[in-house]
Write a protein that binds this ligand. Structure first.
Ligand SMILES: *Cc1c(COP(=O)(O)O)cnc(C)c1O
Length: 376
């Protein structure tokens, strides 16, 4: 564990992001996506705060293990948990977990649906169905709606507890992009088929962050925000101006300078002996790919005390070299705090954009070696 590097997580910013979210969609219930350890922010503290302080009552995980951990570590929580991708319904072990811990599997293929309907233990269990409306990843094909409806009727079900689908291209414009318009229409048609057949839809959801921040999918009962709750926009750079989102990063990533020295142009730096691109100062920071500070960040610019630094040479396992052109050595002292990203999305987004890393991945990269420090 690092002593002077940390990922500080300010839960009061999560609260203000939630408030901003409710301004965009005052009428929707929120199913907060906390898969992959709450996008690298620590699932338990994030859910604990979101449920007990913010009143969020529905959470989305990716795997049975994540869902079980949530139930076990927050036994007093009265929230719903959905498992979205790694459902494993055919495993006896997984079935026991769903039943005993009130965890809802998102049923995304017909095999799982058949199993669910045939298993008497699930008779009174909420049925959550995910349809494929064009993403072509998980989900029962929407063209199979009639067959599904027949199966439900045969099993004596007249309600789908939660019907959902997922957009493939929500980081692109929702109101003009053909794929998005098509998926939206197909979901609408799908819902009508169920309703016309006399099957009640208790909850429906379609929108992830990209859609929500463009005001799309809000006619459903629920929204499923992930990334935006942690701060960033999901839109690709050229469309960000169209976003309604003004969230702040709930995290900041801090480290310190463990060495610094003046350098002249052409001097080799680190593994691979990359020639330094100019004259100035090299500051060595105590984060490397072993901390989740990816080798992809080579060449990326970092703002430090108002000066633009650049990561030169390869990122190491334990450290990285930041070059400040014309920097003065006295500004880069041993032990000085070095903030890689702060709560403003700008620094973080620059890192992502310049390294062609999606914000989701940049967060999730950060490893256990960097302690998470929570404040309210
Ligand atoms: C991860 C996920 C979301 C949240 O996506 P964001 O882009 O992070 O908002 C919503 N729905 C499903 C099915 C997901 O897997």
């Amino acid at each position: 564990m690092r002593l002077r590097s940390c990922m500080e997580i300010d839960l009061s910013i999560l609260a203000s992001n939630f408030k901003s979210l409710k301004k965009i969609c005052p009428n929707n219930e929120v199913l907060f996506m906390v898969k992959a350890n709450a996008y690298g922010h620590g699932m338990i503290p994030i859910v604990k705060y979101s449920h007990f302080e913010l009143g969020i009552n529905e959470f989305g995980c990716a795997s049975v293990g994540e869902a079980l951990k949530l139930r076990e570590e927050l036994p007093d929580g009265k929230f719903e948990i959905y498992v979205f991708s790694d459902v494993q319904l055919v495993l006896e072990e997984a079935v026991e977990i769903y039943l005993n811990h009130r965890i809802i599997p998102v049923i995304s293929n017909e095999k799982d649906l058949d199993f669910f309907l045939a298993n008497s233990e699930f008779r009174h269990f909420p049925l959550c169905l995910k349809f494929n409306t064009g993403m072509n990843r998980l989900g029962i094909q929407d063209s199979k709606a009639e067959e599904v409806i027949t199966k439900l009727k045969q099993a004596g079900r007249d309600e789908v507890y939660h019907l959902l689908s997922h957009f493939s291209s929500a980081s692109l414009p929702m109101k003009t992009n053909k794929k998005n318009l098509d998926q939206k229409q197909r979901f609408k048609d799908l819902k009508e088929k169920f309703i016309d057949a006399g099957i009640r839809l208790k909850k429906t959801s379609l929108a992830n962050s990209g859609a929500i921040e463009q005001g799309v999918g809000l006619e459903e009962t629920h929204i499923r925000p992930g990334l935006m709750m942690y701060g960033p926009t999901s839109l690709i750079p050229k469309y960000r101006a169209e976003s309604l989102w003004d969230g702040k990063l709930i995290s900041s990533l801090e480290t310190c300078i463990i060495n610094s020295f003046p350098i002249t142009k052409g001097t080799p730096v680190g593994y691979g002996a990359t020639p330094c691109p100019g004259n100035g100062v090299i500051a060595i920071i105590a984060l490397g790919y072993g901390d989740g500070f990816s080798t992809r960040y080579q060449g990326v610019e970092l703002l430090y005390k108002g000066q633009v630094g650049k990561i030169v040479g390869r990122v190491n396992m334990d450290m990285a070299q930041v070059f400040f052109e014309n920097g003065k050595i006295e500004d880069y002292k041993l032990g000085d705090k070095f903030v890689v990203w702060d709560h403003s999305s700008e620094n973080f987004m620059r890192l992502c954009d310049q390294s062609r890393t999606i914000p989701y991945e940049a967060f999730i990269h950060i490893t256990e070696r960097v302690p998470k420090v929570y404040k309210q």
